[in-house]
Design a protein around this ligand. Sequence first.
Ligand code: DOR
Ligand code: ZN
Length: 347
Amino acid sequence: MTDTLIIRRPDDWHLHLRDGAMLAAVAPHSADFGRAIIMPNLVPPVVTGAQAADYRARILAALPAGAALQPQMTLYLTDSTDPADVLAAHRDGIIRAVKLYPAGATTNSASGVTDFDRVRPVLEAMAEAGIPLCVHGEVTDPAVDIFDREAVFIDRVLDPVRRATPGLRVVMEHITTSDGVDYARAGGDDLAATITTHHLVINRNAILAGGIRPHYYCLPVAKRESHRLALRNAATSGDARFFLGTDSAPHADSAKLQPCGCAGCFTAPNTMSILAQVFEQDGALDRLEAFASLNGAAFYGLPPNDDRITLTRRDTPATYPTSITAGDETVTVFDPGFALYWHLEKK
Ligand code: DOR
Ligand code: ZN
């Protein structure tokens, strides 16, 4: 049996490309996406327009000739971000959005926001200028259970911030709970949510049952099965508020396979094959294009990509490397745990 699915070229609205040897190794694996929102959590973080422009140039240099990818840069919001700098970087076409990490929430988030009152002037300026805020939605309060941190963030932080800043366009990044789905659904057209590939596939058992599997550990951590099903339902529904942000987050195995290992799943190489399989399983192949190629662009006020990709369902599974090499390091590719019959055709 051969089935062919032709959709507008997809975009990745949440992507980590890193820097240096890691950037060189991973960027080609995202080359077939159209636009990608590039996360700014480098060391040190991308906090100025000049740094974002330089980083963009390094990304373009790391892409193969003919790559479709157009990096959409972000600034890393800190307690001391100057609203004027954000507005200037946006006006000059350097940045597409601003990223909010609560300080300490995840990888390289030490410079993140500690006090939401201090960033209020930036958020107000962004609301006025229509600049989206991409939010890592987890509280960092050590008293809150890690599986509850997204739901508590919505109540304690996100909802109050949105009420205090009318008109602020917010993307709830990588939602992992039915609470996140419900909150996004209840919002207006200034609210949307990205969903990763891996959170559509794994629940917390993948990380913890029968042995600890660091390659499935990411943040926000995968939750129980009912939450995964809520995410599947949201992603495959066609609802314009939900769209793809892979959060492909490569780490060297030497950093993940540790007593205290890094968070992140590297899904860039096989994301489209996995998504096609997932949407097929749910009888929603006709809605893959909305999730991966249309809804995100619409939220960001951009047209869909002009060109298209072809996915072909074959009897033999598509094969991907189980790992790639970055400098002296190995980076393990996300294993969805099922065969991938949808092949992304290369031109
Ligand atoms: O799993 C994650 N990895 N979650 C994040 O929020 C950050 C990311 C990273 O940069 O590795
Ligand atoms: Zn991320």
